[in-house]
Design a protein around this ligand. Structure first.
Ligand code: ASP
Length: 319
């Protein structure tokens, strides 16, 4: 039985002008033979992750799905780190298998001193091969830490320790050649319907970060061009009072999800009652995004719109 590896470009593959293939990445990798499973490689694209689309991610998930159905013990996807938290969460929402689907990448490219790609890739392959990592959905493995796709964030522009899960911490670690899963998050209901990749690409969900003195002008006409909106509000889910009716009007025309721009923690429901605070906004029909960060809330909302799933019910799982 093999372990499947899919490559999508990013810093992990950037050797000057050359883009490394999966064969290049695994050639002469120390420890590979200890995996106990041959690596079966599919090079999908060599692109910066800023150019990845949801449709492309679903295409890779489909290829990984076929690989595990054909007998692979698990699958690894390498990609650029910039959008990795979004890809991994999208994959998590549609991954139906017990086998691990593991995302990884690198912050230092192979031409630099101390590139982290080989170590990250080896750790990711170890996790993908590990029975301990089954039934956990999509995972992100970086710096020998295992993170649940739904909680992991890229939190630093250059550090090799950029991936953290602020609300939960890592769920496990790779130590030498051992995979230790210390805590097992519940598998949540993924998205039930199936999304046509092209349909997903055509769906526009805006992400709007609230700032001081914001008058909401940018939101004018949004309902004519977009099918949904995620608001990254202050703190526990607040916006300037002048913005509250604008968001309420939008919420009457399309789903509007309220999240926090802080990077960790949840919004609240029942603490502040002034115009623009969470009680007001939820009464105006905004949806509680719970612990989901704005980027992940946007991924979920877009997928729910594409699949016609129950939007409020899906977000309620993250509260
Ligand atoms: N800009 C790169 C990308 O996301 C960064 C990386 O791979 O770390 O493709």
């Amino acid at each position: 039985m093999s372990v499947a590896l899919f490559t999508l470009g990013g810093t992990i593959s950037m050797a000057g002008n050359q883009r490394l293939t999966g064969d290049d990445l695994t050639a002469a990798m120390p420890g590979l033979s200890g995996l106990g499973h041959p690596v079966e490689i599919q090079d999908i694209e060599k692109i910066p992750s800023a150019n990845l689309t949801a449709a492309k991610v679903l295409e890779v998930v489909d290829a990984a799905s076929k690989a595990v159905t054909a007998g692979a013990v698990g699958a690894v996807v390498t990609q650029g780190t910039d959008t990795l938290e979004e890809s991994a969460f999208l994959a998590d929402l549609v991954w139906p298998h017990p086998q691990p689907l593991v995302f990884t990448g690198a912050m230092r490219n192979p031409t630099l001193a101390g590139p982290d790609g080989p170590a990250n890739l080896l750790a990711a392959l170890r996790v993908a091969c590990s029975p301990a990592a089954r039934d956990l959905g999509a995972l992100v493995v970086f710096k020998d830490e295992i993170h649940a796709a739904r909680w992991v964030r890229k939190t630093h522009s250059t550090s090799t320790a950029t991936f953290v899960s602020p609300n939960t911490g890592p769920i496990g670690h790779v130590v030498e050649d051992r995979v230790s899963v210390l805590t097992r998050p519940l598998r949540l209901d993924g998205v039930q319907g199936s999304a046509e990749p092209a349909e997903l690409d055509n769906l526009r969900v805006a992400l709007y970060t609230v700032t001081m003195d914001d008058d909401g002008l940018l939101l004018q006409g949004l309902a004519d061009t977009h099918q949904g909106l995620v608001v990254a509000g202050y703190g526990v889910g607040h916006v300037p009072a002048a913005l509250a009716p604008v968001l309420g009007d939008l919420a009457a025309r399309m789903p509007v999800v309220l999240t926090s721009r802080t990077g960790a923690g949840s919004i609240v429901r029942n603490t502040y009652n002034s115009p623009g605070s969470e009680i007001d906004l939820l009464q105006r029909g905004l949806i509680d995004g719970g612990f989901l960060d704005p980027y992940k809330a946007r991924v979920l909302l877009r997928l729910l719109l594409a699949t016609d799933d129950d939007i409020a019910g899906a977000f309620a799982q993250y509260v």
